[in-house]
Design a protein around this ligand. Structure first.
Ligand code: SF4
Length: 342
């Protein structure tokens, strides 16, 4: 049973709501509906450690709709959710129900901070198998502590009335009853309101990607020292040499630079003497020479010198880039290399 409270009899006050904005069609249309109902919308964009939704599109949507916009960064607390999801994973390492509970909980905290009346999202009943079924939408509402205060404007008429609807803060008749995967209605609403430039649905979350899922699983098994290390999982080729050592090779200059920028201070950086080819980050404490030689061999194998005799490579610790060491590459076969790949 939904409880009503002091929000009663205040229909004259400015209604305030926190809206989750991803830059996609659904959340933009949901925000538009709320805006048209006279709600003061505070758009919240969640920045995933590995990118997901398009922040630029989200900012553009907020500007088009003339709503406020803030970014909340998902951090170490989110990693714990990914590691131990109560409601399990989807097709890869995507804990969609827990992920939403986590995000919506943070949105609720923000709602309380700014004295808003409710949180709303662009969710559509039946659109996503894991997180947008009637039962999972209920779990998300309850898990995030938003009972009665989580409004889904695109499918509200198919759901139980929420407190803001019951209190007349928003007109339930103006909310929609969309259901399923088709986005036809949302596209029409967007067209009718000159909403353009929204990002295309799905595909953005790396946790749904099987290759990335292997890397994150490997990281959870072997441990990580800080959040930045997990952000760096999105770049490069990854190889687990043994349970104590792992290497990552950049695939282009941009990745080389990013990997260096996000390396841990105890990591080792290794390059070809002429810096042609991938930059390698070696993770693990006090690597013996055979590990260093294997790492050097991997760089050579992915460089223009792959068919040459073993080269001498340079390496240094991130925390002391002025002390440079050398190591001769140990060139292992491609079959062996593939066995190490994460
Ligand atoms: S797809 Fe990714 S970002 Fe979206 S709910 Fe699932 S885990 Fe979260």
């Amino acid at each position: 049973m939904i409880q009503t409270n002091s929000h009663m009899n205040n229909s004259k006050k400015q209604v305030k709501a926190v809206g989750l904005i991803s830059g996609g069609l659904d959340s933009t249309v949901a925000a538009k509906i709320m805006k048209d109902l006279g709600v003061d919308v505070y758009g919240v964009y969640f920045a995933m450690p590995w990118g997901c939704c398009d922040k630029t599109k989200a900012i553009e949507a907020a500007m088009q709709l003339e709503i406020k916009f803030i970014t909340l960064q998902l951090d170490e607390r989110y990693l714990e959710v990914v590691k131990n999801p109560k409601f399990g994973y989807g097709s890869a390492m995507n804990p969609c129900v827990d992920c939403r509970i986590h995000m919506f909980t943070r949105a609720r905290v923000y709602m309380d901070q700014i004295g808003a009346d409710f949180v709303f999202t662009g969710e559509v009943l039946g659109q996503r198998q894991m997180s947008q079924m009637r039962h999972s939408m209920k779990w998300i509402e309850e898990g995030s502590g938003l009972q009665g205060r989580l409004v889904r404007p695109l499918c509200a008429q198919l759901l139980e009335p929420t407190i803001p609807e019951q209190e007349g803060l928003i007109d339930r008749q103006k909310l929609l009853r969309l259901n399923g995967r088709s986005r036809r209605e949302q596209v029409l609403i967007a067209q009718a309101n000159n909403i353009t430039g929204y990002s295309q649905p799905a595909g953005g979350c790396l946790l749904t990607n099987q290759d990335f899922a292997r890397r994150i699983k490997d990281t959870f098994v072997h441990g990580y020292r800080n959040f930045r290390e997990t952000i760096a999982l999105k770049w490069g080729r990854h190889f687990r040499i043994n349970e104590n050592f792992k290497v990552i090779l950049g695939r282009d200059e941009e990745e080389n630079t990013s990997l260096i920028r996000y390396a841990h201070s105890d990591d080792i950086i290794m390059q070809m003497p002429d810096q042609m080819g991938p930059t390698l980050i070696l993770k693990g404490t006090n690597p013996p020479n055979e590990i260093l030689a294997l790492a050097a061999g991997l760089i050579q194998k992915f460089s223009r010198y792959k068919n040459d005799s073993p080269q001498e490579l340079k390496y240094w610790y991130v925390k002391d880039k002025n002390t440079v060491y050398s190591i001769n590459a140990n060139l292992i076969s491609e079959v062996e290399i593939e066995k190490l790949r994460v």
